[in-house]
Write a protein that binds this ligand. Sequence first.
Ligand code: NAD
Length: 476
Amino acid sequence: MDFRNWIAGEWRGADEAIADINPSNTGDIVGEAALGTAEDVNDAVAAAKAAAPGWANSTPQQRFDVLDFIGTEILARKAELGRLLSREEGKTLAEGIGEAARAGQIFKFFAGEALRQTGDRLASVRPGVEIEVTRSPVGIVGLITPWNFPIAIPAWKTAPALACGNAVILKPSEIVPASAHALAEIIARSGLPEGVFNMVIGTGPDVGAALVAHDDVKAISFTGSVATGRLIAAECGRSLKKLQLEMGGKNPFVVLDDADLDVAVGAALNGAFFSTGQRCTASSRLIVTEGIHDRFVAALAEKASALVVGDALDEATQMGPVINEAQLNKDLDYIDIAAREGGAVSGGQRLNRQTPGHYLSPALVTETTNHMRINREEVFGPVASVIRVRDYEEALSVANDTEFGLSAGIATTSLKHASHFRAHAQAGMVMVNLPTAGVDYHVPFGGTKASSFGSREQGRYAAEFYTVVKTAYTQP
Ligand code: NAD
């Protein structure tokens, strides 16, 4: 087996394997991954339990050294890791290398955070009493990640978890095990004591569910679909685990009459179709005011149809394939539903390339209304729809009329509208004259409504999830 599980400081195979298939060329098997079991989860948790007290008491310097080692190696190998990522996930080579670099930067950031301890020493309301507020690790944390960011999401959960002194069990998506395995292999050589970090590859209902149900796991950080998030939340409610969920989106991108057309079209093109639209922050609803609507649609349709769709590893490719056949069929189904509900579709056709892959041309659906299914449900593909509105007020109301609330964008040159939108868009992240997707790594990431649950990921805010606050009173 090419990709094995890392449990208690050892690489472990499995009775069953799962093939990691290149979506640009289904004849190319990236590798065979060990399909872990609930028993592997039990062993990983037992190892984490034995190692947790030691790591919880490690010095900031020890934590810095480990995280800095990991970040340095990822950055040094970003071209190779990015290529592997693009080969198994299908995003373009530039996107794959960018994501690998991001993972390295995240480890570097949290290496620094391990040194930048925070805490408070306060006066009591009672004379002579001293108060100290400090943060302790949660203990053993389970990290469950999706397929669309095969190295960045495991990194943005693992790095803060370790920086805060926790022991970790990572359950990556079984669809993209190569990148997670490469990350685990670097972590395995980082000097981290054995058992502090464990990785079990496997299916959600098997390995994921066993991790969530385990009583010794004190916190679960999950990124994936709303349906899975709800299942996990129910189980964590039973066992009273700390929980952080990052889920889907139906992100609005508003274009006002006063927008710079090039800025608006560039941001919409990037937000809707880059990474094959397979981003939780993708701009799937383009809400456009009447005065600019036709010019915007014409320019965007032209640019979208000119995107070079092809093999992710081909330097000329601007949009890679869809992850797999099931997702491609889902995309085509939604395009069909949108057409039947009255939308006008351009693009959205299955494409043949030199190698057998899941290729789809970018789909732009115009003449839609916000109550059509294409505008209510997450598609998770290169599919964007346009909703025509009268003015800013209607645009804001349509933007907020969704069960999701991850990212919201606006293209405008009006300070008044930009400021109002920043304040009133119901989303965890707001972008002005920028794509809804594409975020920094040193600031909080997350949403509102059905998009997120629990405290924020990334930046300094990540510590909120990976620590528990302790208030100590002392009468000297
Ligand atoms: P998914 O929910 O199918 O799977 C996510 C992870 O959960 C996988 O590792 C899977 O094996 C595991 N899982 C599945 N069933 C489980 C169960 N019963 N118990 C425990 N774990 C289980 O999602 P996906 O298809 O891998 O990813 C796509 C989704 O992820 C989209 O909805 C997208 O919007 C979302 N996403 C969100 C963010 C964010 O930060 N908000 C980022 C990326 C992706």
